[in-house]
Design a protein around this ligand. Structure first.
Ligand code: SF4
Ligand code: SF4
Length: 336
């Protein structure tokens, strides 16, 4: 890893060089009261005065709806148009939070588990991640309780930590080195070793190792019913989550043509595991809430050696009935 420094006044020139060398730069943009990721054309468009975007950056790699293939019937012949990897643009994801960069581990694991997903992997290869340490956090953040931190470098190609007059640049990968090389003359070595004073202090509220162990034996616990009493099953928590990767496959026929689509899904929906027979193995909201938490904190760690949660707090901010995952996990942690 190289630790470098760039002056605040030089960052726009570097950003312009990055923009010129890639098809797109995707960054947080303010739209009225919310901040969301969008393609940006100028450095001035990038929002910095916010705690967290409403939705995560995952849709840059795993879109909400995407075409797997399209087809056209002509008599007995069928012409199939597959995904074209050459159509994937080169892009830089700029100013993501460390919790979003960390979410790439469970996403990489699931899209390379029993099948290597060409669409996800092509986008991943052509995307560079420039993350920014968090200088502030709110009551929903709990990254430090799930192994992360406000200045965590995991998943970033470069992590920028802003100081009063510039940014410390921790260059983590070859992709990161290539981005720096676009404006090498603007960077100097940084040896002060004082990054922590520019990074938010996020208190740790539970021990995730103990929590994982405890949850392993909690399948039949009453806690799922108690915690899920007010859950509406709206699925908002999964839609804003950077690590949720469940999807549904839909057919969209139009006469003799059609397309097959992949669309985000949510384990909170009553129909998520509904069988054609009418049987639903998760017929209650309690069983669906159990699935959400056990998947993230028990099944994913067992199968993929990572966690299904980065502590970003989005699900709690988005929930219409104030289900707070940090509080729910803390209360499970306290069960004797
Ligand atoms: S956002 Fe809240 S109400 Fe909606 S499914 Fe998630 S926990 Fe339930
Ligand atoms: S479960 Fe909630 S806190 Fe955890 S990563 Fe997903 S949205 Fe963030």
């Amino acid at each position: 890893m190289d630790t470098l420094y760039i002056k605040k006044s030089d960052i726009p020139s570097w950003w312009n060089a990055i923009k010129a060398a890639h098809d797109h730069v995707v960054a947080p943009v303010r739209k009225d009261k919310v901040v969301e990721f969008a393609r940006v054309e100028s450095y001035e468009q990038v929002a910095t005065d916010y705690i967290q975007t409403t939705r995560s950056a995952k849709e840059v790699l795993f879109p909400r709806t995407e075409r797997l293939f399209s087809y056209k019937k002509n008599g007995r012949d069928i012409e199939v148009q597959d995904f074209d990897p050459e159509s994937v643009p080169s892009q830089v994801l700029w100013h993501v939070r460390p919790c979003d960069a960390a979410s790439l581990f469970p996403l990489d694991a699931v899209f390379n588990w029993d099948y290597k997903d060409v669409m996800y992997n092509t986008r991943r290869e052509r995307t560079a991640i420039v993350a920014t340490s968090c200088a502030t956090a709110d009551e929903y953040c709990f990254c430090t309780s799930v192994g992360g931190g406000a200045g965590d470098t995991r998943g970033s190609d470069i992590l920028l930590t802003y100081t009063a007059d510039g940014a410390i640049a921790e260059v983590m990968t070859e992709k990161g080195k290539s981005l720096v090389a676009l404006s090498q003359n603007l960077f100097t070595e940084y040896t002060a070793g004082d990054k922590d004073k520019y990074v938010a202090d996020v208190p740790r509220v539970f021990d995730v190792e103990k929590l994982k162990e405890k949850m392993h034996g909690m399948f039949d616990s009453q806690v799922w019913k108690e915690q899920s009493e007010r859950c509406l099953g709206c699925g908002a928590c999964a839609y804003v989550c950077p690590t949720c990767s469940c999807f549904d496959i839909q057919e969209n026929p139009k006469g003799s043509c059609g397309e097959r689509l992949r669309c985000w899904d949510s384990c909170g929906f009553a129909q998520f595991t509904l069988h054609t027979s009418g049987h639903n193995p998760r017929s209650t909201q309690a069983s669906r809430w159990r699935q959400r938490l056990m998947h993230k904190f028990s099944y994913i760690p067992q199968r993929q050696d990572s966690l299904g949660c980065t502590g970003c707090g989005r699900c709690s901010r988005a929930c219409p009935v104030d289900m707070n995952i940090k509080e729910h996990l803390s209360s499970i942690d306290k069960i004797q």
